[in-house]
Design a protein around this ligand. Structure first.
Ligand code: BES
Ligand code: MN
Ligand code: ZN
Length: 499
């Protein structure tokens, strides 16, 4: 992974040199410290001359006045202070990082222009936004190449902040959240020739050094377990499948775990029901669910979360081959349910079917969330700004939606129901793996539900639109977003951790 910029929280004092970042809003071009730096008037005049209006997340670049040893003064806008929310701090940090250069000595004066206090938690969120924005995946580019704005970020940033000790302590934990998100982004950006099932499993095994207990199942193990739905997908690839089970027991007791299940298709060609050539390269990211689960366990272990959690990811490659699964094939899943494979491109649900069954049998979890880049149809329905949330459980839906609002990794609840379920009844088997063109994301979720036991608390997140090809935001300029890591970390922290 690219090295994270180092963030130091320091006590407010006058920066002697380099670049100063200030927060401004209309009518309030800077707080007390800005004024004591003698910069209030400078900012006011420059903003007037440039017609700068302090719009939310915008910035104004000012050459430092002569007579100081500063190089430049950057103002980042908060917009209308009445509209500014807690969720904006992370974006503001990202916006600030976006206008910084490599090699700059940077001091952020973190104070509100209206003098209202900023909590240490908000300060740590600001820092998280800075670090997430600085990420770029340039592993396969020449080092000296000009890769644009986002490859040229400062290696260290000082944040001058009143409660700097408190903020630094919180940042120690938030920095691990950044590590988890960026681990997920790295895994998703990695091309499939470099990251096959074996390599992915190795990357997961490396989490052992943080205290995650990792168990890897190979092909023989999976045959013995009877994961024939998953194996059917993998059989067209010369690269054998892996299933990784991750455990973090931080509750200090033997209470039932929360479980996270991830789709890890390292490349989805569609199989015999092959995909069109256009944009097929994006299918290297069809393991976004598994990457999010991996990143989440990095975080849970790194911040010693007081929770018992289990993760399970199915890592396969869906390829075209003489031995590939055919449309019309019937496979018997680990649960005993027979599946007619109508379309080999609806492979993610086949993988998840066996993982869901296994995790319920073996771990008796109190709650399961699965994450998968499952359907193109969810992008048609929700675009790239919300992931699809499917669950029969109103309480879990509310908890997940709230975590989404707090982290900005937003969810939108979609329906389930028996009339949708009928669409996947099969003529030849217990169930078929597609339900026709209509309501494609819902019938996919209904398929998963056939492998969830009655009374098992469960939610499915379709992250096809949010995990990759995601919109370029203040906190992400990469193709992959790492969607799900912050969402689930928040879900756990707010609902499942011992106080
Ligand atoms: N991995 C794809 C879904 C996908 C599409 C993810 C675009 C990200 C971007 C999934 O395996 C798939 O191919 N789904 C099919 C289902 C269909 C055959 C019922 C789809 O969405 O077309
Ligand atoms: Mn597919
Ligand atoms: Zn897929």
């Amino acid at each position: 992974m690219s090295d994270l910029p180092k963030i130091n929280f320091v006590k407010p004092s006058t920066p002697a040199a380099g670049t100063v970042v200030l927060l401004g809003a209309e009518g309030a071009p800077g707080g007390e410290h800005t004024k004591s730096l003698g910069l209030g008037e400078v900012v006011k005049r420059a903003a007037g001359a440039a017609r700068y209006k302090y719009k939310s997340m915008s910035s104004l670049d000012i050459l430092a006045p002569s007579g100081t040893r500063l190089d430049r003064v950057l103002v980042v806008g908060l917009g209308k202070l009445a509209d500014f929310t807690e969720q904006d701090w992370i974006r503001l940090g990202g916006a600030a990082m976006g206008v910084l250069h490599k090699g700059e000595a940077v001091t952020v004066i973190l104070e509100r222009p209206d003098g209202e206090p900023i909590s240490a938690a908000s300060a740590a969120e600001f820092a998280l936004g800075m670090v997430l924005r600085a990420y770029a995946f340039h592993r396969y580019k020449k080092k000296d190449k000009d890769n644009g704005e986002d490859d040229k970020k400062p290696a260290t940033v000082s944040i001058a902040f009143a409660a700097h000790k408190e903020a630094a302590a919180l940042w120690d934990k938030q920095e691990i959240v950044a590590e988890g998100v960026l681990l997920a982004r790295d895994l998703i950006n990695e091309p499939a020739n470099m990251l096959g099932p074996v390599e992915f499993a190795e990357r997961i095994e490396a989490l052992a050094k943080f205290g995650v207990d990792v168990e890897i199942f190979g092909e023989k193990d999976l045959q013995k377990l009877g994961m024939r739905a998953l194996l059917g997908v993998a059989q067209g690839s010369i690269r054998p499948p892996r299933v990784a089970v991750l455990r973090w027991n931080g509750a200090g007791d033997d209470s039932a775990p929360v479980a996270f299940v991830g789709k890890g298709v390292v490349f989805d060609s569609g199989g015999i029901s092959i995909k069109p050539a256009a944009n097929m390269e994006d299918m290297k990211g069809d393991m976004g669910g598994a990457a999010a689960v991996t990143g989440l366990f990095r975080v849970l272990a790194g911040r010693a979360a007081k929770v018992n959690a289990v993760g399970i990811v199915g890592i396969v490659e869906n390829m075209v081959d003489g031995n590939a699964q055919r449309p019309g094939d019937i496979v018997k899943a680990m649960s005993g349910t027979t599946i007619e494979v109508i379309n080999t491109d609806a492979e993610g649900r086949l993988v998840l079917a066996d993982l869901l069954h296994y995790v319920q049998e073996e771990m008796k979890p109190k709650m399961i969330v699965d994450l998968a880049t499952l359907t193109g149809a969810i992008i048609v329905a929700l675009g790239h700004l919300h992931a699809g949330l499917f669950t029969p459980d109103d309480k879990l839906a509310a908890a997940l939606t709230a975590a989404g609002e707090k982290t900005g990794e937003k969810l939108w609840r979609m329906p389930l129901g028996p009339d949708y379920d009928k669409l996947i009844d099969s003529k030849f088997a217990d169930v078929k793996n597609v339900g026709g063109r209509d309501a494609g994301s819902i019938t996919a979720a209904q398929f998963l539900k056939r492998f969830v036991k009655k009374n098992q608390v469960w939610a499915h997140l379709d992250i096809a639109g949010t995990a990759m090809g995601s919109p370029q935001t203040e906190i992400n300029r990469s193709w992959s977003s790492g969607f799900g890591v912050r969402l689930l970390d928040r879900l756990v922290a707010d609902n499942y951790e011992k106080k």
